[in-house]
Design a protein around this ligand. Structure first.
Ligand code: ADE
Length: 235
């Protein structure tokens, strides 16, 4: 079972999402446990709060080292990957999500304001990760994005694990089109091939659609796919 610890000054944001949909099902199925740690429980009299003015050239408030490091020490685990979501981190990818889904403990440290004291990053953080080239106001949202993508990869969390195998990025191709009943919704029809019962034709059609979309939207991914598949099915 994967235990995910999240250190945050806003536990309600996390608890609201952990209590719904697949992230909750993963708990019910005993695949994951979430431990939300309220940073304010670790503020001392001397701290005066969780943030303070910066030394040097920085502008904006900085989260103090003391409360975060005490919250981290309260976890009392020997070894864990410690993720700090930050726009100056390495880009978070499906490959990193897969790696992290194989761990037994993960810790997320949610930053706020201008950032966190560098000593936190230097002493406990193992993975500084960005979810994209834009800046958010808080670390809770990127933590949730990453946790969601990690948890769904744990075997037994999704009803159909194979559905993760056709995910965008699983094999360097974007996902293809999906349809369900009815066959005809006010003239909007499901493609005939899907109703043909011809499994190989359906598989080929789906692969073609994925290739077409990837080529159009993500040249970088398509080049990767092409080089791995030796020119097969890729013109
Ligand atoms: N915190 C603020 N912006 C972020 C981003 N793009 N990725 C991860 N953490 C962040």
């Amino acid at each position: 079972m994967l235990t995910i610890y999240v250190i945050t000054p806003f536990p309600d944001i996390l608890n609201a999402i952990f209590g719904q949909s697949m992230l909750k099902k993963a708990v019910d199925r005993e695949k994951v446990k979430y431990v939300v740690i309220n940073l304010f429980d670790f503020v001392n009299k001397d701290d005066g709060g969780i943030d303070d003015y910066p030394f040097g050239v920085s502008k904006g408030m900085i989260m103090k080292a003391g409360p975060v490091l005490r919250a981290f020490n309260s976890i009392n685990i020997k070894k864990a990957r410690v993720v700090f979501p930050t726009p100056d981190g390495q880009l978070f990818t499906q490959k990193i999500a897969t790696d992290l889904s194989n761990e037994s403990s993960l810790v997320f440290v949610c930053g706020h304001y201008k950032g966190i004291d560098q000593r936190i990053r230097d002493s406990i953080v193992t993975d500084e990760l960005s979810i994209g080239d834009y800046v958010l106001t808080n670390g809770e949202l990127p933590s949730l994005v990453m946790i969601d993508s990690i948890v769904r990869l744990i075997p037994g969390v999704l009803n159909h694990y194979e559905s993760a195998e056709t995910d965008s990025f699983f094999d360097d191709l974007l996902d293809g089109p999906h349809y369900t009943r009815p066959r005809d919704y006010e003239g909007l029809k499901v493609p005939n091939v899907l109703l043909s019962g011809h499994h190989q034709k359906i598989k080929d059609w789906f692969l073609d659609k994925r290739i077409e979309k990837t080529k159009k939207r993500r040249k970088d991914l398509f080049e990767k796919y092409k080089s791995k598949n030796n020119g097969e099915k890729n013109e």
